[in-house]
Design a protein. Structure first.
Length: 367
């Protein structure tokens, strides 16, 4: 694939006024690649007009490799990095290391990393918390904008309403649609830019995608996924990214491991206009009011059931008709629904009033 007069589309990143490529570059896999390969992949992305690069302090040597690849074209790029520390002292040390690793004197966007519950958000935003570091760095010209990343849309809604964040990074894909209900409208209302992670993998907030015993990837070798998204990998990637680009977001940041992956994704960003009737039909599902929003507030379960995971897998079964994939994913859970003693402690905690006990019984019978 070579560039022949078609440019990768851009969108404004909320109130930052940054124009970012609709396909960004997720740099989390760079630590698994040799330096020469990393530089080759990143530079090919730049050739194809990708200008948004997402990394983090705890992504191994991702920042070092990204900094090396972008060193001579730094001002043409938007670099977003993250601090996983919650205190001012620790996060300040991380920012200094990030600047050095990225070989730059400023970071376009500094995000609080992995804020997955209200308690963690409160700690990071309290006096002496990591948010103070972000503000201090911004006042010194070391950081231009402040962002936040989370796997839970309900936590991001809480964060956005404080007015402290210019952008947010959230998981969103064709089977992870929770952000479309409340988060995206609130982000738009507050003019907060939205970047999307996990575009090609089902995400459950308390499961590490890459460590789960069963494949959570939408690119898994499963006949149902082939029917759902496309018979070959390229078709699946294109369809999955198209669905995301129809949403009110600024950029999607797949994690890239090869030049080919960059080229396939960039082509989607170049050609995308709107969905065809066939594509609209492909993506159309009726979620209903009882689907799991993955807020995690039903936990902890006295019997150690991973209730959000069970409900999400059941949603795959009953809403998306991905029945065999749902069964495979359920098998990977250590504690099954049979262990539920019907204590009912989960249901009062669900803000969406889902009939959790009823679902757990159906799950027990189904799986």
């Amino acid at each position: 694939m070579s560039k022949v007069g078609v440019s990768l589309k851009t969108r404004k990143l909320g109130r930052t006024d940054l124009e970012v490529s609709v396909i960004g570059f997720g740099a989390m896999w760079l630590p698994n690649l040799k330096v020469e390969e990393c530089v080759k992949i990143v530079r090919r992305a730049v050739e194809l007009d990708v200008n948004y690069f997402d990394t983090a302090r705890n992504y191994g040597d991702s920042e070092e490799k990204l900094g090396l690849a972008l060193r001579d074209i730094r001002d043409k790029c938007v670099i977003a990095s993250k601090t996983g520390s919650r205190t001012k002292k620790e996060s300040l040390e991380e920012v200094e290391k990030s600047l050095k690793a990225l070989k730059t004197d400023r970071i376009d966007i500094l995000q609080l990393h992995g804020i997955d519950d209200s308690k963690t958000l409160k700690k990071a935003m309290s006096p002496g918390g990591a948010l103070e570091t972000c503000k201090q760095a911004r006042s010194k010209g070391l950081v231009d904008f402040i962002g936040i990343s989370s796997h839970r849309p309900n936590v991001l809604v809480e964060a956005i309403k404080t007015g402290e964040f210019d952008m947010a990074l959230v998981p969103l894909n064709v089977v992870t649609r929770q952000p479309t209900e409340e988060f995206l409208p609130v982000a738009k209302e507050h003019d907060v830019g939205v970047a999307v992670m996990k575009p090609l993998a089902m995400k459950i907030a308390n499961i590490l995608t890459w460590n789960y015993s069963q494949p959570l990837s939408l690119l898994s070798d499963d006949p149902e996924l082939a029917t759902f998204l496309g018979a070959d990998t390229t078709s699946r990637v294109r369809n999955a990214l198209k669905f995301i680009l129809t949403q009110d977001i600024s950029t999607v940041v797949p994690g890239f491991k090869s030049v080919k992956e960059v080229e396939v994704a960039a082509r989607v960003g170049e050609e995308f206009k709107r969905l065809s009737p066939e594509e609209e039909s492909l993506f159309k599902v009726n979620l209903g009011k009882d689907h799991c929003r993955d807020c995690g507030l039903c936990l902890p379960c006295p019997m150690k059931l991973n209730i959000p995971a069970m409900l999400r897998f059941y949603d795959l079964y009953r809403i998306y008709n991905l029945r065999e994939w749902a069964r495979k994913l359920y098998v990977g859970l250590e504690v099954k629904a049979d262990e539920c003693d019907n204590c009912g402690s989960c249901e009062p905690k669900c803000p969406y009033h889902a009939p959790i006990r009823k679902f757990l019984e159906e799950i027990r019978k189904t799986f």
